[in-house]
Design a protein around this ligand. Structure first.
Ligand code: AMP
Length: 315
């Protein structure tokens, strides 16, 4: 962290990157670090690049930046284990690149990496970065709000077993800065009617394999017929998360004929190794992967079913 601080102090221009299809932790980490730097080094030029997220759009939405800004700049890549998944590949134009992440490392990239797989959210790492320098730095309410959203979304609102005592210390530090918990909960919880109808459809149509792998599929036509965004449809993975006897679940979303995105989740068995077999990866209990067509579905379901079977057998 001292090394990262030195780099931040050294560069006049700092660009903060996130991954494709950013989630609350990605956007929360980007904006949290953005405000942290701006609040404490007001003369630096800091940019956020990459995609925006409707779900956490209330934190902020990145705007396009020009190539010239990367010249002689520091790029900090947040919440992304694999460089191909960074949404703005122009970090390669920067003078120095730092990766800050909490995923199981898949590949090395950048000049310097800070990876802490015991942190349930990248935003927790950024918060701890602030806490380490608390005597010297201030943390604005904007920074604290973004970081709190990052931590709370990536921990399922402080529920997942990746949450540890450090998570609550970090959250407490953020709450001390005046984070409005009711406002954040409201922003994250309210659903529109179309999304609720889709939820009902998923609850009526999910399937369960022989040993208890639960999954729902959504074709392109189905997603469009509900008039919801891909992001809102993808968020429905949690709809099938609570079924007794089903410790692994997944939502399959057809983005195109050649790209069926899998959101894979577990409350027991390790699933990232299965995701890695299907062009994906992630955490032991939260992973993503891709099918190239629906013909791959049966085999995937068989393998997931086998994982559940072995888990039940051993526990
Ligand atoms: P998601 O279902 O997209 O929220 O992904 C769950 C976790 O797996 C996140 O931490 C992602 O960063 C990670 N992940 C998703 N897709 C991939 C992929 N194709 N390769 C590596 N990691 C992934």
């Amino acid at each position: 962290m001292d090394r990262i601080k030195e780099s931040i102090e050294k560069y006049d221009t700092i660009i903060l990157h996130g991954h494709i299809r950013p989630d609350g932790d990605c956007i929360g980490s980007q904006y949290g670090l953005y405000y942290l730097i701006k609040d404490n080094y007001p003369n630096k030029k800091v940019f956020i690049t990459g995609e925006s997220s409707e779900y956490v759009g209330f934190i902020g939405k990145p705007t396009l930046i020009e190539d010239k800004h990367f010249e002689g700049a520091l790029s900090i890549c947040l919440d992304c284990a694999i460089q191909d998944r960074l949404s703005d590949q122009r970090f390669k134009l920067s003078k120095e690149v730092i990766k800050i992440d909490h995923h199981i490392p898949v590949e090395d990239y950048g000049d310097y990496q800070y990876v802490d797989v015991t942190a349930p959210a990248c935003a927790q790492i950024i918060t701890e970065f602030y806490m380490k320098n608390q005597n010297e730095w201030t943390l604005s309410k904007e920074a604290a709000t973004a970081l709190y959203v990052g931590i709370s979304t990536d921990t399922g609102r402080f529920k997942f077993d990746s949450v540890n005592a450090r998570t609550f210390l970090a959250a407490a530090t953020l709450v001390e800065q005046g984070v409005n918990l009711g406002y954040i909960d409201n922003q994250l919880s309210v659903e529109d009617l179309n999304t609720l109808k889709l939820k009902g459809y998923i609850l009526s149509n999910f399937k369960i394999s022989e040993h208890g792998f639960v999954y729902a599929t959504l074709t392109r036509e189905e997603i469009e017929s509900f008039h919801v965004s891909d992001e809102d449809a993808a968020a429905q993975v949690s709809t099938i998360s609570t079924i007794e006897g089903c410790p692994v679940w997944a939502l399959f979303l057809e983005y195109s004929k050649e790209e069926i995105r899998i959101r894979l989740r577990s409350r027991g068995p390790v699933i990232n190794l299965l995701a890695e077999q299907y062009r994906g990866g992630g955490h032991a209990k939260a992973s993503g992967a891709t099918l190239l067509n629906w013909n791959e579905l049966d085999e995937f379901v068989r393998k997931a079913d086998e994982i559940v079977k072995n888990y039940k057998h051993n526990s």
